[in-house]
Design a protein around this ligand. Structure first.
Ligand code: F3S
Length: 383
């Protein structure tokens, strides 16, 4: 291969090899897909956008199917989101460059719903909630890659063969015995707070959840649980008994038994007496969740604004549900999310969410946040 394209690809490969060496990887492994995060104009800034444009200009193309995380605004409703001309232009330039390189404009953190990987597939994914889902639920293999590095991995179609790509790193490093908090979690439906707690007490490695609460089998609960693990730790995989295909327990592992007070401390830290709006969809709601939401709200009147974030794919699959939700006054947005978008431009400064990941990031952006189970949140919204 000659010219800028050949040089660009060689540089990308060199960078991936260099990182592999630093990480102590013996070789690179072919991946079947890549998922790039950090593609909102706020994350990228002008330099990030220009960098993507340079890569595309050189004629570089992603070597594997590549999806992308949420952008800074809804592509069709950005007028409602306080997006200026400059920001709009910057975001569109980034998306155009990514599309030129072959990225699918999924703009979602749930790529596994749209293009589910198979058991044993190696991936180069850079969205912690998606990586946790792929490893823990599907048995695919990805490390938690950084956004810029995932661009290079997508170009070369390879990742360093290290960490969760290897059998060794996928074994449990600690057992979490939930017997003391299981009933509390079920009764309060605090699956997302549980995920945050798991991340906090374990921090890294691969925790094995022995005898987990049955409610984790509900896909929506599982997704907010895993996203929260990713928010409070560097963990990329949780082995959940009855859910994870690779669940196993080995002798001699450290056991941790969290107490109810550990969980209530987390819930207490996200209390907010009153809020402007409720926000759902971190991670992006699935078509089933949209349908369920439309059914739950049927015939009810909203007494608080409700914002819902989902992928465009989910919104198309569950088109009728989205139309129903909108006709009830629910504000449904795609392509972006409550964290990378701008909630304050939507008039929200204090919000309630069912996602500890959202609570964590929104708090760090200065929002007042209440964390509560979806059922309680909806009760509050419809009164
Ligand atoms: Fe997805 Fe945004 Fe939450 S990317 S996991 S909705 S912070």
């Amino acid at each position: 291969m000659k010219g800028a394209r050949g040089e660009g690809l060689a540089e990308a490969l060199e960078a991936v090899v260099k990182v592999a060496e630093i990480l102590g990887a013996p070789r690179l492994i072919k991946v079947v897909s890549a998922h790039i995060s950090g593609i909102s104009y706020r994350n990228l800034g002008v330099e990030g956008v220009e960098y993507l444009e340079e890569l595309a200009e050189k004629g570089l193309r992603f070597a594997v199917p590549t999806t992308i995380n949420p952008a800074g605004f809804d592509m069709e409703r950005y007028g409602e989101m306080g997006v200026g001309v400059r920001e709009h232009e910057l975001q569109m330039r980034a998306l155009k460059a990514l599309a030129r390189m072959g990225a699918q404009a999924t703009l979602s953190c749930t790529p596994y719903l749209i293009y589910p990987p198979r058991f044993g597939d190696h991936l180069a994914w850079a969205e912690s909630s998606a990586v946790l889902y792929a490893n823990s639920v599907l048995g695919a293999r990805s490390n938690r890659e950084g956004g810029p590095f995932s661009v290079l991995e997508a170009l070369v179609g390879r990742a360093p063969y290290v960490g969760l790509h290897t059998d060794e790193a996928r074994k449990p490093s600690v057992v979490l015995d939930l017997r003391r908090i299981r009933d509390f979690v079920e009764a309060s439906r605090s699956y997302s707070a549980l995920g945050y707690l798991v991340g906090e007490v374990v921090g890294k490695g691969v925790p094995a959840l022995h005898d987990p609460p049955g409610g984790l089998k509900e896909p929506g609960n599982l997704r907010v649980f895993l996203a929260a693990v990713g928010a409070s730790s560097s963990i990329g995989m949780v082995l959940i008994e009855g859910i994870s295909p690779e669940f196993t327990l080995s002798e001699g592992l450290e056991r941790i038994e969290p107490e109810v007070s550990d969980l209530t401390e987390i819930l207490e830290s996200w209390r907010c007496e009153d809020f402007d709006a409720a926000v759902l969809g971190c991670p992006h709601l699935s078509p089933d969740e949209l349908l369920d939401l439309a059914n739950r709200l049927k015939g009810k009147t909203l007494r608080k604004p409700l914002f819902v974030f989902t992928s465009r794919w989910s919104a198309v699959v569950a088109r009728a549900a989205v139309e129903k939700l909108r006709s009830m006054g629910v504000r449904v947005y795609s392509d972006t999310c409550m964290v990378v978008g701008n909630l304050s431009a939507l008039g929200v400064h204090r919000c309630a969410t069912d996602s500890a990941k959202a609570a964590y990031y929104l708090s760090s952006q200065g929002y007042k946040v209440a964390l509560m189970p979806r059922e309680a949140l909806l009760e509050y919204v419809i009164g």
